[in-house]
Design a protein around this ligand. Sequence first.
Ligand code: ARG
Length: 585
Amino acid sequence: MEFFLEAYLTRRVKEVALTLPVFDATFDPEIRPADERFGDFQANGLLAYLGKRKENPRMWAQQLMNLFAAHDPLFDVAVAGPGFLNFSLKDTTLMRWLCKFHTASSYQGAYKSIFSDRTVVIDYSSPNTAKRMHVGHLRSMVIGEALQRLIRFGGGRVIRDNHIGDWGTQFGILLMQIKASSYAFNEDPEATIEALEYLYQVGMTKTKEDATALDQARQELVKLQQGDAENLMLWERINRLSYQSFDRIYQRMQVAFDHVLGESFYRNKVDDVYDELQKYQLAVFDGGALVVFHPEHPRFCKQAFLIRKSDGASNYASTDLATVKYRVQEFHADDIVYVTDCRQCDHFEQLFLTVKKWFQAADYRVPNMYHVYFGTILDAHGKAIKTREGRPIQLQSLLNEAVKRAYNLIQEKSPDLPEAEKRKVAEVVGLGAIKYADLLQERTGNYRFEWDKMINFDGNTAPYLLYAIARIYAIFRKLNLKISTLDFAALKDVQSFSTATERALAKKLIAFPSALNLALKELKPHWLCHYLFDLAGTFSAFYNADKVAVEDTCLRQSRLLLCSATLSTLETGLHLLGLETLERM
Ligand code: ARG
């Protein structure tokens, strides 16, 4: 029995078709979930395929059906309309599938995605130093974390790389102002970074109004880039404190990396990029700067990709080009996934085009590159979210607020929980709510950040799903059963479900890999959110209709099996999205 039955069905139908003379390897049966009235899956691909070859679809569908029915033990099949095939899962198939796949450990390694057995570098979070993280840093972290977990679950060898912005022009202004105001560092990261944010603002205003200040800032930057000892020391100090401040957030959000290589790591690798791109005649001079054009592209034929500034300084593009080469040569990356907001779409499109041409010319392996972009977080009125003073909302205070609101919610729902547990639950629910609300939105769009919608037991929210999990744990507690000791082996031979709600739940459960597949194919976690919400609803319908603690042992066992499988799927699904789950709340 395999985990992903939709993929199994596709493969089987193709195999059978190939034994018939009209079908060749190009035939795709196009297996899709079917309208409930007709079956569980439908093959839509026959009509177009046979129509093109002037063959009778209904006749061949009939033949295909007969051959399939003679050999396949898992599905019933019927011809419909002008040449569709409908497939229904046999109850015994569902039952056997559940017997095999109802614990989190049984899913391990069972699902093979497009990333299976590939080395996938995922570049996410990647904030800039000398600033605290604010609400604008949330999405890359949350979406990136969910995707790295999903890719790993789908068999990918994942390398998490935090590409920190630690080598930008901001340091010129900052160093100038630190010196001008004789700022004395303090060892508290938050307080220091906050002070640096302020100094940067002051320095920024100064450079706008005063040409000598602008010149000073430029000189400080040049000195830093040339390795001036004092500037390097200050710069390292700023970075160290910034990393400490980021780490507090990462720990709280349960996000971790395999590598934290800032842009500065690539600063002595950019000369090689300039040389190679010139050697292959991809880069040209444009008023002293080095740029790449893409003549075949409607926009990038004119809009240059600037890879070295006219003063000789490197930039975001130069370090990103060097980074791709490093990831391919040192990490042996097959795929590279970048998670940033959609304002960087042009940058990545130009980067990918340039890398492809460069690597082909140099005979390096070209990795698959994906730009996973996302929209902006808006407030309840649809405007970019800010504090009342018009400043960005600090991430740490946003998280505190979420936990505070979650605490009030728990207080209302479970006033009798011990205080320490209430606090623990509030942390899980609050942070989970923020993560989930973000992931639930199709990432390419903007989304509205609304406390009352996300911290709520009603609707498609983290509290709702976490509560669904706690409720299933409660079923087992009430019956004095330990989930890990239950043995469902005897159910292998059960021939059919006793109610329609049982069967509907079983069918929803076997759709878990389809949801994973959708999420991974498009690198969009919202597909998994929708699936989990549907599953929780289907479970409720089952639980309201069918009593679990019945006398009949076989029936009771099969209902417990459904409970256990739902629990594992909900937990695994939320863990893949980066949430913690609870046994009681
Ligand atoms: N530091 C950048 C920013 O804050 C994001 C970096 C994304 N990764 C990359 N390789 N360009 O916008």
